[in-house]
Design a protein around this ligand. Sequence first.
Ligand code: ATP
Ligand code: MG
Length: 280
Amino acid sequence: MSVNYTEAQKNRLAELGMDYAGLNQEFETPSEREKQYKTVEKQAVRENKGMLNHLLFESHQPKLVLLQEALEKALCREGFTQVTTPIIISRKFLERMTIDGTHPLNDQVFWLDHKTCLRPMLAPNLYEVSRNLMNITRPPLKVFEVGSCFRKESEGNSHLKEFTMLNLVEWGTPMEERVERLKDLATLVLEAADIPDYRLEEDDSVVYGKGLDVVGTNGLELASTSMGPHALDAAWKISSTWVGIGFGLERLLMYREKQQGIHRFSKSITYLDGARLNIK
Ligand code: ATP
Ligand code: MG
């Protein structure tokens, strides 16, 4: 009869980054398992230490920060303007996105009090800033933000409660050029992220309706796109064509680095730059 790693051993190896196949390895005897466990645990600790040493003595900045900087540079070169808006937003702003008490996303919102919450998305602030900017300049107008968003998610390998969103929007894209433009902008961001392999897939968003998703070859959603004129625009007093894309930066890293779990790339005190911190 064969044996597997114990639950405690599996947990330890998983937190050190061992993949699914490795974790489910089978052994002829418990003693063979113990021997193998010691070897692979030691090896995994060495690899995690190597990553931390790389951060401490070479890169000095985590991959999440480096990715953010690379994307910001690429978009600014393309004529986009970066904005930074508050993480705390009003109930009124969410309602303008049609997220009210009956909306599926409402249960995922971290409410601070009756009137304010941690933003689950960047779109409301981008709508507001763009509307004001369009009072002083006519489209085309290209704006983006990179920042934390918060959603109550059931635990999983590709969802975080706090994650980093890049949301870009281009106002004034000619109607018939929108789909092509979305593809070009997705390519621009993914090239800057050093991700060559992805595809576009149709998807139904609970906020925007039908749209195109950017998906990894393993089916992982990397980004969602949307375009306007859209029914939501009227609430922000905007009438313009537009295209927009929202990327999750930790998803991009997890996909690019071929890791099964997103948590090691999150803003964390357990992981740092993809490595587990509690190693000796
Ligand atoms: P999913 O269907 O994977 O839960 P979503 O469609 O709800 O994602 P969007 O609202 O389209 O997510 O957000 C845009 C992007 O932000 C997603 O494509 C993904 O890359 C990222 N993202 C969304 N929610 C999370 C989360 N909880 N943790 C990490 N990244 C996320
Ligand atoms: Mg989506």
